[in-house]
Each structure stands twice: as C-alpha cells, then as structure tokens.
Write a protein that binds this ligand. Structure first.
Ligand code: BES
Ligand code: ZN
Ligand code: MN
Length: 495
C-alpha cells in the first residue's frame, strides 16, 4: 500500500473515495465532516434527516458526487460518541473505511486528517494496514489480493509539523509488523514447521539487519535442555529449533537486556495426553507467541530504540509417537530442576522453562514471554483481553501502561505463593500441571519458577491470538495481538 500526505484542498481531491467521520448525535457538522464545504454538508444533513446518517460507530454512508467537490464518492464513517473518541478508536475507524471500500472495488482513498498530531497519523496508517489484511491465503480467488493500493492522508493544505512523516512511518512499521505476525500464525502446521519458522525468522533478520542464530536438535541436547527436548522427542520428522534473534545497537547501555521469549509450538496435538479432535486444527496457532516476538523484532529493527533486545523462540511440534514423552516421565530441565510430567499437553511451560534459563545464560536481565499457554485464560478473559502475570510490579506495570497506550486490552491476574502447592510433585521438584482450578495462574507460575530473581512478565495470549468473527475493521483469523504493546514498551524505555 502506498501511503502519502496529500496537500490539495479537499474540494479538489479526485481520489476514488474521500473519507470523513462524524460523531453520533452531533449531526453532520462534527468530526472531519466539519472540514467539508457547506454544500456537501447540507447534503449530509439531508441524509441525516432521512435517518441514513446517525454517526453510530462504524456506520458507513456513501454520498455520490457531493456538490462542490471533485471526488465521485464521499464516505462518512460514524465515530460514535465524542467522549469515547481516542487514537485506538480512530485506528479502527480508518480500518472500517478500508474494509468497506475495498469490498466495493475501491483501490484508492483519501482519508481526511482531523489533526496533525503524530498519534492520530500513526493510528490511521496502522489501522488501514491491519484492516487491509485477509487470512484467505490458500483460496484460489483471494480477498486478500484485492486490497487498497493507495492511501492519501489529506491535510486540506494545512501545514504539517516535521514529525508527521515519522508518525506515518511508525504507523507503517507497526501495521506491517502485526501483519507479519498474522501471516506466520495463519499458516497451517504443514506449511509452518519449526524449520520453516526458523527460515522465516532468518529472512526477516537479514532484511532488517538483525542477527539470527538457529540452534538445532544436537545443540538443544548439548545445552541439556531436557524439558524442551522432552516435548520435541515425539516429533522425529520435524526437528526442533531454537531461534535466537538479536538487536543490539552500539549506542545502547549495557543494561537492561530484554529477553523476549515466544512459545513456538507449530502444532499442539496434546501429545500422548491427546486433545479431543474437535477444534484441534486451531492448534496450528500455538506458535503465536513466537510469531509475536518476530513481529516485534521486525518493528524494533526499524524504529531503533536504544535498548538491547534478544528474542528467543523454542520451536517444535507436540506430537504423540512411539518416541513421545509420556505422563509420569521425569525430565531434567537445563536449570537442573526436575519435572514430573502429569499431562503431555502442558508442553508450553516446558519449552519456555528451558528457554528462560538459556535467555539468562545469554545475559538477558529482564524476561518477557508471550505464549498461547492455557485454555483457562480463555475462560477467565475471553478472546478480548490478554492475561498478564509476574512478581515484579515495576515491569508488570510498564507492560500494562504500554498496553494502555497501544490500545490493546491486557489485564493483570495474580501470582501468589499459596498457589505453589498445586504444582508440587512427590517424585520431582515440580509437576507440569496444577489442576483445573486457576490453570492460567499455575501455568504462569511454573514458567516464573525458571525466571528466578530476574524480572519476568508473562503474557497468556491463548484467547487473543485469533478472532473467530469478522469486525468492520479487521478480518477474522490471526490478530497480531501483543505486537503493538511490546513495541510501545520497548520504544518508550529510554534507559
Ligand atoms: N496450547 C494449549 C493452550 C490453548 C488452548 C491455546 C486453547 C489456545 C487455545 C496448551 O498447550 C494446553 O494444551 N494447555 C492445557 C494445559 C493443561 C493440560 C494443564 C490446557 O489449557 O488445557
Ligand atoms: Zn500448547
Ligand atoms: Mn498443549
């Protein structure tokens, strides 16, 4: 998508569609509709009287050949109640315009900017790119290919501050990073094996000037990652990979080194504790945490914050086979802690345990993991909100603040010593499950046992990784949830 500023007077813009928004109850003279010439506003008022334009959020009303204007199509998007308006909503309004128009064959649109502040510019660009994505990759006739070619940001001739282009670029970087993550999550497991995920990581790293190292089965064994290896051993035909991507700008202070650990299970059958077949296909998305971290690294490489970051992604399938690990087995993790396997379907915490240990060995001083870890978090928070866990209040608060600023919904759930009894084992140091009750908490705390004293924050994205329904501003399918929050966090640290 080509995205550029457009300084022509609004009346002279001849792009195939011009887009304005108006608020609910405020008539046809609120929002960017106010910037239109009086004749066109009169026509909109007639539509309002006829009940065709109410300003309700995401309502789309087309006015053809507005009087006194060069465009053939004016689209008015409802912006809802003015008191609820913010950059997060603006992102979705731009998205709604994109999806409405592209489904009607429009390839070029001009969005009227209501503000020359950087935040709104970033939001519009980001929202347009995210909305222009469809998950129907393998359909012969793809919606995903009928996207918007050109987005103009129409200023109406108003002077733009110097940081406007930076704001536009940031929107593009964010939107493209989320769509990269979504592409990876969307792939079925036969086309997104650990080997392929590692290749995609290497391609991205090469393109954006990051270093990428991929450890194979032998190295995982040599490092004594017994927990990771236990999960991987049932998958003889698709060898496990540990993907390490580094961003270390010379001018950054030596600390902190942020470790971003993303769960990379390319298919989670449950293993010997096999899952029911209903909805098992959804487990192709069990590498969404890893995909999130790769999206974040792609964005960071372009935004250049002064902070050192290492992403680590343990990638493997979780499969039943004659070689698979079994309930009752005891694994020795890289940390030396022993783990009794009570359920082979609690595999995410095992691969993450060893990867956290390795991240610390590589010098990471703060650990943030993202994982499709538990069904329990879906019961708790649904598909809207990511669960946030951690003992370190400072870093948990930073993540929550970043989520607020990025417009992603995240909510803290507790960790507490009283839950530790639930995952005790009578034969080993820990058991890999803590039972049904509080499953998202015990899953998180199991991972936290391997962080030790290092500040650690866990994001359980099992609910938010995927959208089962289409919205006016995004397709159903992979969401890329988490990317914006982590990029916001990393670009606002200023160590
Ligand atoms: N990958 C699943 C969690 C999941 C569930 C992700 C639904 C996305 C949607 C994870 O590996 C898993 O199977 N967790 C088990 C843990 C249990 C055995 C302790 C679960 O949540 O049932
Ligand atoms: Zn899993
Ligand atoms: Mn599982």
């Amino acid at each position: 998508m080509k995205i550029e500023f457009q300084a022509e007077p609004l009346t002279q813009i001849s792009s195939s569609a011009l887009v304005a928004y108006s608020f609910e109850g405020a008539g046809a003279s609120s929002g960017t509709v106010e910037l239109l010439p009086a004749e066109a506003r009169n026509q909109l008022e007639q539509l309002q009287t006829a009940g065709e334009l109410t300003g309700k959020a995401f309502e789309c009303t087309i006015l053809r050949w507005p009087t006194g204007m060069a465009t053939s199509k004016l689209l008015v998007v409802g912006a809802g109640k003015p008191e609820k308006f913010n950059d997060a909503l603006l992102r979705n309004l731009a998205g709604a315009a994109v999806r409405y128009l592209r489904s009607r064959g429009v390839r070029e649109l001009a969005w009227i900017l209501g503000s020359s502040e950087p935040g709104p510019i970033t939001a519009v660009v980001d929202g347009a790119l995210v909305a222009d994505y469809d998950s129907d990759t393998y359909r012969t006739e793809r919606n995903g290919e009928k996207g918007i070619d050109t987005l103009w940001l129409a200023t109406g001739g108003a002077a733009l501050p110097a940081e406007s282009q930076t704001a536009l670029n940031r929107g593009r970087i964010l939107g493209e990073a989320q769509n990269f993550t979504r592409d990876l999550v969307n792939e079925p497991s036969n086309r997104m094996t650990p080997t392929i995920l590692a290749e995609r990581a290497k391609d991205m790293a090469l393109r954006f000037g990051l270093s990428c190292e991929v450890l194979g089965a032998q190295e995982i064994q040599d490092l004594k990652m017994g927990a990771f290896r236990g999960v991987a051993q049932g998958s003889q035909h698709e060898p496990a990979k540990l993907i390490v991507v580094r961003y270390s700008p010379e001018d950054a202070p030596n600390e902190p080194v942020i470790g971003l650990i993303g769960k990379g299970i390319t298919f989670d059958s449950g293993g010997i504790s096999i899952k029911p077949s209903e909805n098992m296909h959804e487990m192709k998305t069990d590498m969404a945490g890893g995909a999130t971290m790769l999206g974040v690294m792609q964005a960071v490489a372009q935004l250049n914050p002064r902070v050192r970051i290492t992403a680590l992604i343990p990638a493997t399938e979780n499969m039943p086979s004659g070689n698979a690990y079994k309930p009752g087995d005891v694994l020795t993790s890289m940390s030396g802690k022993t783990i009794e396997i009570l359920n082979t379907d609690a595999e995410g915490r095992l691969v993450l345990a060893d990867t956290l240990t390795y991240a610390k060995r590589l010098g990471c001083t703060v650990l943030i993991d993202a994982a499709t870890l538990t069904g329990a978090v879906l019961i708790a928070l649904g598909t809207i909100t990511t669960g946030v866990f951690g003992w370190n209040k400072e870093w948990v608060d930073r993540v929550l603040a970043a989520a607020g600023a990025a417009g992603e919904k995240m909510w803290q759930l507790p960790v507490d010593d009283d839950y530790r009894d639930l995952y005790k084992s009578s034969i080993a140091d820990l058991a890999n499950t803590g039972g049904r009750y509080g499953g998202a908490i015990t899953g998180a705390m199991f991972i936290g046992e391997f962080a030790g004293d290092t500040p650690w924050v866990h994001l359980d994205i099992a609910g938010t990784r995927w959208a089962n329904d289409e919205k006016p501003y995004r397709s159903k399918g992979p969401t890329g949830h988490g990317v914006r929050t982590l990029v916001q966090l990393l670009t606002s640290l200023n160590p």
